[in-house]
Write a protein that binds this ligand. Structure first.
Ligand code: DO4
Ligand code: MG
Length: 275
Protein backbone atom coordinates (compact mmCIF):
# COMPACT_ATOMS: atom_id res chain seq x y z
CA UNK A 1 0.00 0.00 0.00
CA UNK A 2 1.17 3.51 -0.84
CA UNK A 3 0.57 6.55 1.32
CA UNK A 4 0.11 9.98 -0.33
CA UNK A 5 0.09 13.48 1.10
CA UNK A 6 -2.02 16.04 -0.81
CA UNK A 7 -3.45 19.53 -0.29
CA UNK A 8 -6.77 17.89 0.58
CA UNK A 9 -5.52 15.33 3.06
CA UNK A 10 -3.87 11.93 3.18
CA UNK A 11 -4.74 9.00 0.95
CA UNK A 12 -3.82 5.36 0.73
CA UNK A 13 -3.65 3.29 -2.45
CA UNK A 14 -4.20 -0.47 -2.23
CA UNK A 15 -4.63 -2.75 -5.28
CA UNK A 16 -5.64 0.15 -7.48
CA UNK A 17 -8.21 1.63 -5.07
CA UNK A 18 -7.78 4.84 -3.05
CA UNK A 19 -8.87 5.41 0.56
CA UNK A 20 -9.04 8.67 2.51
CA UNK A 21 -7.37 8.73 5.92
CA UNK A 22 -8.63 10.76 8.85
CA UNK A 23 -5.33 11.44 10.66
CA UNK A 24 -4.82 15.06 11.59
CA UNK A 25 -1.23 15.48 10.46
CA UNK A 26 1.42 13.75 8.39
CA UNK A 27 3.75 13.74 11.40
CA UNK A 28 1.09 11.98 13.50
CA UNK A 29 0.68 9.37 10.78
CA UNK A 30 4.40 8.69 10.29
CA UNK A 31 5.08 8.42 14.02
CA UNK A 32 2.17 6.05 14.69
CA UNK A 33 3.16 2.80 16.33
CA UNK A 34 2.29 -0.17 14.11
CA UNK A 35 1.59 2.01 11.08
CA UNK A 36 1.23 -0.98 8.74
CA UNK A 37 -1.45 -2.57 10.93
CA UNK A 38 -3.25 0.75 11.39
CA UNK A 39 -3.41 1.34 7.62
CA UNK A 40 -4.50 -2.24 6.92
CA UNK A 41 -7.32 -1.74 9.41
CA UNK A 42 -8.33 1.55 7.72
CA UNK A 43 -8.66 -0.31 4.42
CA UNK A 44 -10.82 -2.98 6.05
CA UNK A 45 -13.09 -0.42 7.75
CA UNK A 46 -13.51 2.13 4.93
CA UNK A 47 -14.87 2.05 1.41
CA UNK A 48 -12.58 3.20 -1.39
CA UNK A 49 -13.19 6.63 -2.91
CA UNK A 50 -12.23 5.52 -6.44
CA UNK A 51 -9.36 4.40 -8.62
CA UNK A 52 -7.39 7.67 -8.71
CA UNK A 53 -6.07 10.30 -6.34
CA UNK A 54 -8.53 13.23 -6.15
CA UNK A 55 -5.68 15.76 -6.35
CA UNK A 56 -1.96 15.94 -7.03
CA UNK A 57 0.45 14.37 -4.51
CA UNK A 58 2.80 16.66 -2.59
CA UNK A 59 6.23 15.96 -1.10
CA UNK A 60 5.63 13.22 1.52
CA UNK A 61 7.25 15.24 4.30
CA UNK A 62 6.16 17.51 7.15
CA UNK A 63 8.72 17.91 9.98
CA UNK A 64 11.09 15.10 9.07
CA UNK A 65 14.81 15.74 8.54
CA UNK A 66 16.33 14.32 5.38
CA UNK A 67 19.69 12.55 5.60
CA UNK A 68 21.68 10.68 2.98
CA UNK A 69 24.24 7.91 2.76
CA UNK A 70 27.13 8.13 0.31
CA UNK A 71 29.47 5.83 -1.59
CA UNK A 72 27.24 2.81 -1.05
CA UNK A 73 27.71 1.61 -4.64
CA UNK A 74 30.97 0.97 -6.48
CA UNK A 75 29.93 3.37 -9.27
CA UNK A 76 29.68 6.29 -6.83
CA UNK A 77 33.08 5.45 -5.30
CA UNK A 78 34.78 5.37 -8.73
CA UNK A 79 33.13 8.52 -10.12
CA UNK A 80 34.09 10.46 -6.99
CA UNK A 81 37.68 9.23 -6.93
CA UNK A 82 37.96 10.49 -10.51
CA UNK A 83 36.28 13.87 -9.93
CA UNK A 84 38.43 14.70 -6.86
CA UNK A 85 41.76 13.40 -8.24
CA UNK A 86 43.30 16.85 -8.60
CA UNK A 87 42.20 17.80 -5.07
CA UNK A 88 43.88 14.70 -3.59
CA UNK A 89 40.59 13.48 -2.12
CA UNK A 90 40.28 10.21 -3.99
CA UNK A 91 41.68 7.97 -1.27
CA UNK A 92 38.92 8.97 1.15
CA UNK A 93 36.16 7.65 -1.10
CA UNK A 94 37.85 4.26 -1.34
CA UNK A 95 38.38 4.16 2.41
CA UNK A 96 34.76 5.02 3.21
CA UNK A 97 33.52 2.45 0.67
CA UNK A 98 35.48 -0.23 2.56
CA UNK A 99 35.03 1.01 6.15
CA UNK A 100 32.53 -0.37 8.67
CA UNK A 101 31.19 3.13 9.40
CA UNK A 102 29.16 4.42 6.42
CA UNK A 103 29.24 7.96 5.10
CA UNK A 104 26.09 9.71 6.38
CA UNK A 105 25.38 13.39 5.81
CA UNK A 106 22.60 15.86 6.45
CA UNK A 107 20.75 16.51 3.18
CA UNK A 108 17.72 18.76 3.60
CA UNK A 109 15.18 20.42 5.82
CA UNK A 110 11.57 20.06 4.59
CA UNK A 111 11.48 23.45 2.86
CA UNK A 112 14.44 22.43 0.65
CA UNK A 113 12.54 19.41 -0.68
CA UNK A 114 10.66 19.43 -4.01
CA UNK A 115 7.62 17.17 -4.32
CA UNK A 116 6.35 15.22 -7.33
CA UNK A 117 6.24 17.50 -10.39
CA UNK A 118 7.93 20.26 -8.40
CA UNK A 119 11.16 21.94 -9.50
CA UNK A 120 14.62 20.94 -8.39
CA UNK A 121 17.47 23.44 -8.76
CA UNK A 122 21.02 23.79 -9.95
CA UNK A 123 23.09 25.84 -7.48
CA UNK A 124 23.70 29.35 -8.80
CA UNK A 125 27.49 28.96 -8.42
CA UNK A 126 27.78 25.38 -9.76
CA UNK A 127 28.91 24.40 -13.25
CA UNK A 128 28.48 20.62 -13.16
CA UNK A 129 25.29 19.20 -11.62
CA UNK A 130 23.74 15.75 -11.71
CA UNK A 131 20.71 14.07 -10.17
CA UNK A 132 21.29 11.04 -7.93
CA UNK A 133 18.37 8.58 -7.99
CA UNK A 134 18.20 6.84 -4.61
CA UNK A 135 15.99 4.43 -2.73
CA UNK A 136 14.85 6.39 0.32
CA UNK A 137 13.93 4.92 3.69
CA UNK A 138 11.09 6.36 5.76
CA UNK A 139 12.04 5.76 9.39
CA UNK A 140 9.88 6.37 12.47
CA UNK A 141 11.06 7.88 15.77
CA UNK A 142 11.79 4.37 17.09
CA UNK A 143 14.36 3.72 14.31
CA UNK A 144 12.01 1.36 12.48
CA UNK A 145 11.89 1.43 8.67
CA UNK A 146 8.17 1.86 8.00
CA UNK A 147 8.31 2.53 4.28
CA UNK A 148 10.17 3.42 1.11
CA UNK A 149 10.04 6.32 -1.28
CA UNK A 150 12.13 7.71 -4.15
CA UNK A 151 14.72 10.41 -3.55
CA UNK A 152 16.81 12.63 -5.81
CA UNK A 153 20.05 13.77 -4.15
CA UNK A 154 20.94 16.67 -6.49
CA UNK A 155 24.71 17.11 -6.46
CA UNK A 156 27.15 19.78 -7.63
CA UNK A 157 30.04 17.65 -8.85
CA UNK A 158 32.41 20.57 -9.53
CA UNK A 159 32.08 21.83 -5.95
CA UNK A 160 32.47 18.43 -4.27
CA UNK A 161 35.29 17.55 -6.69
CA UNK A 162 37.23 20.73 -5.87
CA UNK A 163 37.51 19.60 -2.24
CA UNK A 164 35.55 16.87 -0.40
CA UNK A 165 35.22 19.29 2.54
CA UNK A 166 32.84 21.29 0.33
CA UNK A 167 30.35 18.39 0.46
CA UNK A 168 27.65 20.30 2.41
CA UNK A 169 27.73 23.09 -0.18
CA UNK A 170 27.61 20.59 -3.05
CA UNK A 171 24.62 18.84 -1.49
CA UNK A 172 22.53 21.24 0.60
CA UNK A 173 20.81 24.21 -1.03
CA UNK A 174 17.26 25.24 -1.88
CA UNK A 175 15.41 22.49 -3.77
CA UNK A 176 18.49 20.25 -3.78
CA UNK A 177 16.34 17.25 -2.92
CA UNK A 178 13.16 15.70 -4.29
CA UNK A 179 11.01 13.05 -2.63
CA UNK A 180 7.91 11.15 -3.69
CA UNK A 181 5.48 10.46 -5.18
CA UNK A 182 4.24 8.46 -2.16
CA UNK A 183 5.54 6.13 0.54
CA UNK A 184 5.31 2.39 0.02
CA UNK A 185 4.39 1.10 3.48
CA UNK A 186 5.95 -2.30 3.88
CA UNK A 187 6.80 -4.71 6.66
CA UNK A 188 9.47 -6.55 4.70
CA UNK A 189 12.65 -5.18 3.09
CA UNK A 190 12.39 -4.55 -0.66
CA UNK A 191 13.61 -7.51 -2.76
CA UNK A 192 17.22 -7.16 -3.95
CA UNK A 193 15.92 -7.58 -7.51
CA UNK A 194 14.25 -4.14 -7.19
CA UNK A 195 15.56 -1.74 -9.84
CA UNK A 196 16.05 2.03 -9.69
CA UNK A 197 15.83 3.65 -13.14
CA UNK A 198 16.42 7.18 -14.33
CA UNK A 199 15.59 9.00 -17.54
CA UNK A 200 16.65 12.58 -18.26
CA UNK A 201 14.78 14.31 -21.05
CA UNK A 202 15.86 17.53 -22.76
CA UNK A 203 12.83 18.56 -24.79
CA UNK A 204 11.89 15.36 -26.61
CA UNK A 205 15.45 14.03 -26.52
CA UNK A 206 16.45 11.32 -24.03
CA UNK A 207 19.80 12.74 -22.83
CA UNK A 208 20.60 9.94 -20.39
CA UNK A 209 19.01 6.78 -19.05
CA UNK A 210 20.29 4.00 -16.81
CA UNK A 211 19.18 1.58 -14.14
CA UNK A 212 20.72 -0.26 -11.22
CA UNK A 213 19.59 -3.05 -8.93
CA UNK A 214 19.46 -2.96 -5.13
CA UNK A 215 21.66 -6.07 -5.18
CA UNK A 216 24.54 -3.75 -6.16
CA UNK A 217 24.26 -1.74 -2.93
CA UNK A 218 27.16 -2.52 -0.59
CA UNK A 219 25.37 -1.66 2.67
CA UNK A 220 22.24 -3.01 4.33
CA UNK A 221 19.51 -0.37 4.91
CA UNK A 222 19.24 -1.58 8.52
CA UNK A 223 22.95 -0.89 9.12
CA UNK A 224 22.61 2.65 7.72
CA UNK A 225 19.68 3.26 10.08
CA UNK A 226 21.60 1.85 13.05
CA UNK A 227 24.46 4.31 12.45
CA UNK A 228 22.09 7.24 11.86
CA UNK A 229 20.31 6.67 15.17
CA UNK A 230 23.48 5.99 17.21
CA UNK A 231 23.47 9.47 18.69
CA UNK A 232 20.63 11.34 16.98
CA UNK A 233 16.95 11.40 17.85
CA UNK A 234 14.18 12.13 15.35
CA UNK A 235 10.93 12.95 17.19
CA UNK A 236 8.99 13.13 13.88
CA UNK A 237 10.94 10.36 12.15
CA UNK A 238 13.23 11.02 9.21
CA UNK A 239 14.11 10.10 5.63
CA UNK A 240 17.40 8.50 4.63
CA UNK A 241 18.51 8.42 0.99
CA UNK A 242 20.63 5.29 0.54
CA UNK A 243 23.17 6.45 -2.06
CA UNK A 244 23.42 6.39 -5.82
CA UNK A 245 24.48 3.55 -8.06
CA UNK A 246 24.07 5.69 -11.16
CA UNK A 247 26.37 8.54 -12.18
CA UNK A 248 26.06 9.91 -15.74
CA UNK A 249 29.24 10.21 -17.84
CA UNK A 250 31.52 13.15 -16.97
CA UNK A 251 30.44 15.02 -20.12
CA UNK A 252 26.88 15.29 -18.75
CA UNK A 253 25.52 18.19 -16.72
CA UNK A 254 21.89 19.11 -16.07
CA UNK A 255 20.35 22.11 -17.86
CA UNK A 256 17.35 24.28 -16.96
CA UNK A 257 14.08 22.67 -18.10
CA UNK A 258 15.49 19.14 -18.19
CA UNK A 259 12.94 16.60 -16.96
CA UNK A 260 14.19 13.96 -14.51
CA UNK A 261 12.15 10.76 -14.15
CA UNK A 262 13.15 8.27 -11.47
CA UNK A 263 11.24 4.99 -11.23
CA UNK A 264 11.12 2.20 -8.68
CA UNK A 265 8.29 0.01 -9.95
CA UNK A 266 6.77 -0.87 -6.56
CA UNK A 267 6.71 2.81 -5.51
CA UNK A 268 6.05 4.82 -8.69
CA UNK A 269 7.82 7.50 -10.72
CA UNK A 270 9.18 10.74 -9.28
CA UNK A 271 9.12 13.43 -11.98
CA UNK A 272 10.83 16.81 -11.55
CA UNK A 273 11.79 19.60 -13.89
CA UNK A 274 15.02 21.52 -13.39
CA UNK A 275 14.22 25.20 -12.65
O1 DO4 B 1 30.63 11.30 -0.85
C1 DO4 B 1 29.84 12.07 -1.28
C2 DO4 B 1 28.41 11.85 -1.49
C3 DO4 B 1 28.07 10.50 -2.05
C4 DO4 B 1 26.66 10.34 -2.47
O2 DO4 B 1 25.84 11.23 -2.37
C5 DO4 B 1 26.24 9.07 -3.05
O3 DO4 B 1 27.06 8.13 -3.18
O4 DO4 B 1 25.06 8.95 -3.38
MG1 MG C 1 23.84 10.64 -3.20
Amino acid sequence: MILYRTMQGHYLEHVGQYYRLEDTSWDALLTRQELYEYLSESIRKNSPIGDSLPCAPEAPIENQEVWAAGVTYYRSRSARIEESKDAGGGDFYDRVYLADRPELFFKATPHRVAGPNGKVRIRKDATWTVPEPELTLCINSQAKIVGYTIGNDMSSRDIEGANPLYLPQAKVYDQSCALGPGILIAQEPLPLTTRISIEILRGTNMEFSASVSLADMKREPATLVEYLFRDNSFPSGCFLLTGTGIVPPDSFTLHSNDEIRITIASIGTLINEVA
